[in-house]
Design a binder for this molecule. Structure first.
Ligand code: ADP
Ligand code: MG
Length: 262
């Protein structure tokens, strides 16, 4: 779950200053049950600089999870190259272990890295208050709300200490109000603990509110339809006309231009 692909010291892209994630001309496929090849991604190129948040949006089944698994080194591409600083993946389902407390779930990445239990717990506990989880250290996952479970899973990913965080639809299963709260919270958490983030989402507004750059993928096989820069100050307002214009551009790239908007 916590894995990474070390930068190759000979790679020209990896040596490029400021770049944490480079995906160049990547093609990826699966075999379906009959053994036929199912193309998931084709000709995908994108990158994220150090400390940037790259959002990847696209319709269901277009290859977003595949792309994150490629970036984290869990899969190899059929063609193209991927270069990434060591990365931690927050998978689409929170995968908290039901028999462990919230604190021990959060500390799991440190335990996997062979840190002593007391140290791992102390480091996780130190961030519980900041994440609004204080008092829930000993609660088990079934006693937590969806938003809290996602924060514990995010904390576990953060505590892996990897410079790149790959977040797979972290707020996808939450109701709209909780999702909006969590987006604000993620923005603040990254201000305190800056990392390079690849955030997969199917929510265009989430992408433009949070990201420095938004890559829009087509339906399967996923290709980059648009690569939009979001050069707006934070915290951002959802009613900022520039933000609304970018959202519109992303929706048009998705083939979902809103006919009722001005
Ligand atoms: N292990 C697998 N075996 C066969 N097909 C797969 C596998 N994983 C994903 N796929 C297929 O690849 C395509 C892309 O999947 P995925 O990357 O999960 O898309 P997304 O995350 O955008 O919904 C889908 O058509 C999916 O059914
Ligand atoms: Mg997915």
């Amino acid at each position: 779950m916590f894995t990474g692909l070390e930068l190759s010291p000979r790679s020209p892209e990896a040596n490029r200053p400021g770049r944490s994630v480079s995906v160049i001309g990547v093609r990826s496929s699966y075999r379906d049950r009959s053994g036929a090849s199912l193309q998931a991604l084709t000709g995908v190129s994108l990158h994220a600089n150090h400390g940037e948040l790259l959002a990847v949006v696209g319709p269901s089944g277009c290859g977003k999870t595949t792309l994150l698994e490629l970036i984290c080194g869990l899969q190899s591409p059929d063609a193209g190259t991927i270069e990434c600083a060591p990365a931690a993946l927050m998978p689409q389902r929170d995968l908290l272990l039901p028999w462990l407390s919230a604190l021990d779930n959060a500390a799991l990445a440190l335990r996997i890295a062979h840190r002593p239990r007391a140290e791992a717990r102390a480091r996780a506990a130190g961030l519980f208050a900041e994440l609004g989880l204080e008092g829930f250290e000993q609660a088990h996952p079934h006693e937590l709300s969806g938003g809290m479970r996602q924060r514990v899973a995010f904390l576990r990913t953060l505590l892996s200490g990897k410079p790149v965080l790959c977040l797979d639809e972290p707020f996808g299963a939450l109701d709209a109000i909780t999702r909006t709260e969590m987006q604000g919270w993620l923005g603040r958490a990254l201000e305190r603990e800056p990392r390079t983030v690849v955030l997969v989402t199917h929510d265009v507004e989430e992408a433009v509110v949070l990201a420095d750059r938004v890559a829009v993928l087509s339906a399967r096989p996923g290709r980059v339809r648009a690569d939009l820069e979001v050069d707006l100050p934070r915290p951002r307002s959802r009613t900022d006309p520039e933000l609304i214009a970018l959202r519109e551009q992303a929706l048009i790239a998705l083939g979902l231009g809103a006919p009722c908007s001005a």
